[in-house]
Design a protein around this ligand. Structure first.
Ligand code: HAM
Length: 438
């Protein structure tokens, strides 16, 4: 079928048949974050453009090339390209940083970046992310990284490498910028126009340029680790020690600078080689200057975000398990109006007890109704016709085994169904799960 208007390039529809994959990631990420003391925050989809210019940074690709900005009346708004800026804005605006520290929040949200779409790179994508504000200690860095690792492990992901780096503080960064500037000054003729502009304003951004020519020029550029001040160096050493204590494998990669300007000290990425060029499933780091920059006190903070589409690509590739979507618990196949009314009545009652009950809404014949029940994966079915209404007795059929149990169609129906349902649930649990229930 051809339709007139299709979805924009770089966006995706998440269909009912796939939504359990999303629920799996969201549930595991949410449960893990909560077990580390994080609570959910929900922030607006768009913010004043200035927020991103001042936090993500004027010289980043995100701000320079990728933001969806609209002029609404007199004000410029931008669809959030990421979650950190809005979250910190919300924390400041709502006084969360005046409460007990550290403040720990997580979010599940859509982000918008006008990038060239490819596998794992979308224009609207989704992040699970979190931010912790208040701790300057490297133990917080280790905590946040181990939280990310726990989520990846609980999702069942394998072969994900953790890369860490330190990009220092404004003190060591100033010296490093000088070194970078003199390196790139001598190779200026090869840089793209955007990088020429970055050379004056923020030479570290050249290291992050997507142009292959600039990447080649940047290959032998000085690395920040050689310029770290004592404090940053000690912070990084302690982080490495804590990660070691947690038994978390990592590689120091001095090339990681991250594409956003707010970072200081620790930066990290979890990367897989199994889904092509867009293999970074999680990125994050510390940003000790951002809160002050946005008008708050000097409060250190850090966090990360995972791209949910990328996580799902890897999970599919590695055949990870998803939560089983719950289907129809009981389907009533009916013949005639009186039977339909009875089915409607019982279904409503069962739903109040949390069961997924369905009956025919299409006026189908009994055979077609049973075919439909099969198609939607109904666990039990009940046929109600004149005979059943007259005798007040129906058979509850287990669609998997074909076995049938006769029961009354009165107020005892729910209890009888419930006991069949629980027996079946117990039989479906494996021994280990039964042991957990004891
Ligand atoms: P980011 O590295 O820009 O960091 O994005 C985090 C993750 O979002 C990436 O590692 C990737 O998995 C996913 N992602 C980014 N762009 C796309 C895209 N176009 N399509 C699909 N997935 C994408 C941040 O956004 C920071 N706010 C993370 C952070 C939180 N740092 C501290 N706190």
């Amino acid at each position: 079928m051809s339709i007139n208007v299709k979805r924009p390039n770089g966006t995706e529809d998440i269909l009912p048949k796939d939504v359990h994959r999303w629920h799996t990631v969201e549930k595991i990420a949410r449960d893990t974050a909560e077990s580390f003391g994080f609570s959910e925050i929900r922030i607006p989809t768009f913010e004043n453009t200035e927020l991103f210019q001042r936090s993500v940074g004027e010289t980043t690709d995100v701000v320079q090339k990728e933001m969806y900005t609209v002029m609404a009346k007199e004000t410029k708004f931008t669809l959030r390209p990421e979650g950190t800026a809005g979250t910190i804005r919300a924390m400041l605006q709502n006084g969360l940083l005046n409460e007990a520290l550290p403040q720990r929040v997580f979010y599940i949200l859509s982000c918008f970046r006008h990038e060239r779409p490819q596998a794992g790179r979308l224009r609207e994508f989704h992040q699970f992310g979190l931010e912790m504000a208040g701790s300057a200690s490297p133990s917080a860095d280790a905590e946040v990284i181990s939280l990310a690792k726990s989520i990846l492990d609980r999702l069942g992901l394998k072969n994900i490498e953790l890369y860490i780096n330190s990009i220092g503080c404004p003190v060591c960064r100033a010296k490093y910028h000088e070194a970078l500037r003199s390196y790139f000054e001598n190779r200026k003729d090869k840089l793209c126009d955007t990088c020429l502009e970055r050379l004056g304003k923020n030479p570290m951004r050249i290291l992050d340029c997507k142009s292959p020519v600039c990447q080649e020029v940047a290959k032998d550029a000085p690395v920040i680790l050689d310029y770290l001040c004592e404090e940053c160096s000690e912070h990084f050493d302690k982080l490495k020690k804590y990660l070691g204590n947690f038994g978390i494998d990592y590689k120091v990669n001095p090339k990681i600078v991250r594409g956003l300007d707010y970072y200081t000290k620790t930066v990290f990425e979890f990367v897989t080689t199994e889904i092509g060029a867009q293999g970074t499933v999680c990125g994050g780091g510390r940003y000790d200057g951002l809160i002050e920059q946005l008008g708050g006190q000097k409060v250190p903070a850090l966090g990360f975000a995972m791209g949910i589409e990328r996580l799902l690509l890897v999970m599919d590739k590695q055949n990870c398990e998803y939560l089983t979507p719950r289907k129809c618990d009981i389907y009533f196949a009916t013949m005639g109006d009186n039977a339909l009314e009875k089915a409607m009545d019982i279904s409503h009652k069962l739903r109040e007890y949390g069961y997924r009950a369905e009956f025919d809404l299409m006026g189908r014949g009994i055979k077609a109704q049973m075919k439909y029940a099969n198609k939607i994966g109904a666990m039990f079915t009940v046929v109600i016709g004149d005979n059943e209404l007259e005798t007040g007795k129906v058979k509850i059929k287990d669609m998997e085994t074909g076995s049938e149990v006769e029961t009354d169609l009165d107020d005892t129906f729910r209890m009888n169904f419930e006991s069949l349902y629980f027996n079946k649930m117990m039989n479906n649990l494996d021994d280990e799960e039964k042991f957990d229930l004891k």
